[in-house]
Design a protein around this ligand. Structure first.
Ligand code: ZN
Length: 139
């Protein structure tokens, strides 16, 4: 007969990570949203419809990062790629490479795809153009 409940105290088993991890997840998601929106504003594509794409991407990554809190630092790069994919269907390539003056217009890509400190990189020229969230300074 095991009574439910705790033998010794009200605290239950184990240590909960506490609300610090929750708030750091929220911070990571909030930062990711702000960074990607900043890049969209830099390209003057931050229309209401597109802002909602960002919201959608952040909402999906919220679930992802809740499953894997260690990935909180990767969320900005992932949201940037999610939004890039969503825009490709509805709007076109984003963000267009600002460093190659000739040739076919092409989009920058996020590097690393899954890692901290994401940057926009031109794969044709090999140039690291700007950190995600800092494209505005490069236009
Ligand atoms: Zn380029």
């Amino acid at each position: 007969m095991h009574p439910h409940g705790d033998p010794d105290g009200p605290d239950g088993p184990g240590e909960t990570p506490g609300d610090t991890s929750v708030s750091s997840l929220e911070q990571a998601l909030h930062a990711a949203r702000a960074l990607v929106l900043a890049d969209l504003v830099a390209h003057e594509v931050a229309e209401a419809e597109i802002v909602s794409l960002v919201e959608e991407a952040v909402a999906q990554r919220r679930w992802w990062v809740e499953q894997w809190p260690q990935g909180a630092g990767f969320v900005a790069g992932l949201v940037a790629q999610d939004v890039q994919d969503a825009l490709l269907d509805r709007y076109g390539r984003w963000p267009l490479c600002p460093v190659c003056g000739s040739g076919d217009p092409h989009a920058l890509e996020v590097e690393p795809e899954l890692g901290p400190d994401p940057h926009w990189v031109c794969h044709q020229s090999g140039v690291k153009v700007a950190a995600v969230g800092s494209l505005g300074g490069r236009l």
